[in-house]
Ligand binder design. Structure first.
Ligand code: E4P
Length: 218
């Protein structure tokens, strides 16, 4: 299972990278805005900075909603760095754009997936990744993890190469459940990733080992 961090915050990306278990980064226009990054040139520079920190794939989202605009923007983004994956929304022109980039050998991440039908179309278009937003489905009392399970079943039926990138992960248990369901990738906040490391018995056990060591060296 690949671990991506879902942020545009350079400190958090560097912190996750330093753990040695990070496989990539996802961003979106809202995450860029949260960091105060505005304007096409500043956003592009920010993507380059992210690529310099991490070794894996970095999703960079287009903001155009028409085919020509997505192609123009996506080509500019892909030219920034070899690690860039062009992130494209699941709309009709987006499907055409994904197919275009697939044919050109440029990696894509089909975003804003909320149904199995959308997941099927993303795979047919040849998306490298497709991102079901599990947290946002949970927010409206719909089973986000159930969607991951259904997509896994369908993709396995046909051996689709498209990777299931569980997105909108909000907490540590989402990551564990996604791993159980066979999501290829998860993207979430640093806090959710760090939650996997923590266990109170580890802390108690370590405190006892250190206390015993210090008794022994008296
Ligand atoms: C995915 O690529 C998105 O950036 C992200 O996971 C959305 O998460 P949110 O629903 O917490 O905003």
């Amino acid at each position: 299972m690949k671990f991506f961090i879902d942020t545009a915050n350079l400190d958090q990306i560097a912190e996750a990278q330093a753990l040695g278990i990070l496989d990539g980064v996802t961003t979106n226009p809202s995450l860029m805005a949260k960091e105060g990054i505005k304007g096409a040139e500043n956003i592009k520079n920010h993507y380059k900075k992210i690529c310099e920190i991490v070794t894996g794939d970095v999703s960079a989202e287009v903001i155009s909603t028409d085919f020509e605009g997505m192609i123009r923007e996506g080509e500019e983004l892909a030219a920034l760095h070899p690690q860039i994956v062009v992130k494209i929304p699941m709309i009709k022109d987006g499907v055409k754009a994904i197919k275009y980039f697939t044919d050109k050998g440029i990696k894509t991440n089909c975003t804003l997936i909320f149904s199995v039908g959308q997941a099927l179309i993303a795979a047919k278009a040849g998306a490298t990744y497709m991102s079901p937003f599990i947290g946002r489905l949970d927010d409206i009392s719909t089973d986000g993890l159930g969607l991951i399970a259904d997509i896994r079943e369908i993709y396995d039926n046909y051996d689709f190469d498209t990777q299931i990138l569980a997105a909108s992960v909000r907490h540590t248990m989402h990551i564990i459940e996604c791993a159980k369901l066979g999501a290829d990738v998860m993207t979430g906040p640093l806090k959710a990733i760090e939650g996997l490391i923590k266990h109170p018995l580890t802390d108690i056990g370590l405190a006892k080992f250190l206390a015993d060591y210090n008794k022994g060296v008296k």
